[in-house]
Design a protein around this ligand. Structure first.
Ligand SMILES: NC(=O)c1ccc[n+]([C@@H]2O[C@H](COP(=O)([O-])OP(=O)(O)OC[C@H]3O[C@@H](n4cnc5c(N)ncnc54)[C@H](OP(=O)(O)O)[C@@H]3O)[C@@H](O)[C@H]2O)c1
Length: 270
């Protein structure tokens, strides 16, 4: 594999999420002639990328298959795709709730299979991707997936597949929670008298700058917050409100618990 790119990439489905991943890979230099996308609409994806509506006769050695359709379509897809898979084909699945055991059962001849849970900022190279695989995946297979996913942002291997639904609550749903926070910061600014448009711009830039600062800091965000809050000052007074009775921590814990519980209910088919 040259420069971390698979010899061939075969995407089954290329909608919101797989499309973000592919756009990022192309932006980072993936040769589009190595990519084939299967999508029922047959709509174009990107310059130079081959789009098909039916499965090819065979998958070449060194192909990495990305499962990017909806999870409920896995049985239909497997009926046509599994006969094409062999030991020299690797698979990356982003199907929420579809376990590695299920994938191994549906695609038994496939070599390395890795489950991934990306979030939407992968399209900007600032995403988070949770990963899980089993002992059937070779060390080089893991390394190849890490190389492929590197341009998308932070990748984290999960030791236990049961954690997948929980990390989905954190990093998968996390962007929406942060959008709410930025909106609340902006509206709170408006509530204390700052013009709405200025409050919106300043809230957004504050969150962006502070996130970058925290990411670059040598200390934890918790320590950073205390370092920038002098005793008796304005920041400390504001933090006292967030910290009272662990108010913010309780709110975030309840938020993640609700998302986690919904994920578990959906996995049960509720
Ligand atoms: N969206 C997220 O934030 C997110 C986050 C993590 C994981 N995921 C996972 O990503 C997957 C896709 O979600 P999405 O939001 O990207 O969905 P989406 O935008 O609806 O895209 C679905 C894609 O699947 C294609 N497709 C439909 N029927 C198919 C079939 N029978 N065989 C092969 N491809 C088929 C569609 O083709 P056309 O383009 O022709 O319509 C489309 O390209 C899901 O499994 C989801 O669990 C999503």
């Amino acid at each position: 594999m040259a420069k971390g790119w698979p010899e061939h990439l075969f995407l089954v489905g290329c909608g919101n999420m797989a499309g973000q991943m592919l756009n990022r890979w192309l932006d980072c230099g993936l040769d589009p002639s190595r990519v084939t996308v299967l999508r029922p609409s047959g709509g174009p994806v990107a310059d130079g990328v081959d789009v098909v509506t039916t499965y090819p006769q065979a998958l070449a050695h060194g192909t990495t298959v990305i499962l990017g359709m909806k999870p409920y379509q896995v049985a239909d897809v497997a009926a046509q795709l599994a006969p094409l898979c062999h030991a020299e084909v690797s698979m990356l699945s982003i199907l929420a709730g579809t376990t590695l055991g299920d994938l191994r059962a549906r695609f038994p001849a496939t070599g390395d299979i890795v489950r991934a849970m990306p979030n939407l900022p992968v399209g900007m190279g600032q995403g988070v991707v949770a990963l899980y695989t089993d002992a059937h995946t070779s060390p080089s297979g893991r390394a190849n997936m890490e190389a492929l996913l590197g341009p998308l942002g932070l990748s984290e291997w999960m030791a236990d597949e049961a954690l997948f639904n929980r990390v989905t609550a954190l990093s998968g749903c996390g962007p929406a929670f942060l959008f709410r926070f930025v909106d609340a910061l902006s509206r709170a600014g408006e509530a204390i008298g700052i013009p709405a448009d200025q409050a919106a711009r300043m809230a957004m830039a504050t969150v962006q700058g502070a996130a970058n600062m925290a990411a670059a800091a040598q200390v934890t965000p918790a320590t950073l917050a205390d370092q920038v809050a002098s005793p008796g000052g304005m920041t400390r007074e504001g933090l006292n409100v967030l910290d009272a009775d662990d108010r913010l921590l309780t709110l975030m814990t309840e938020t993640l618990e609700a998302a986690r519980d919904r994920g578990e209910a959906m996995a049960r088919g509720d």
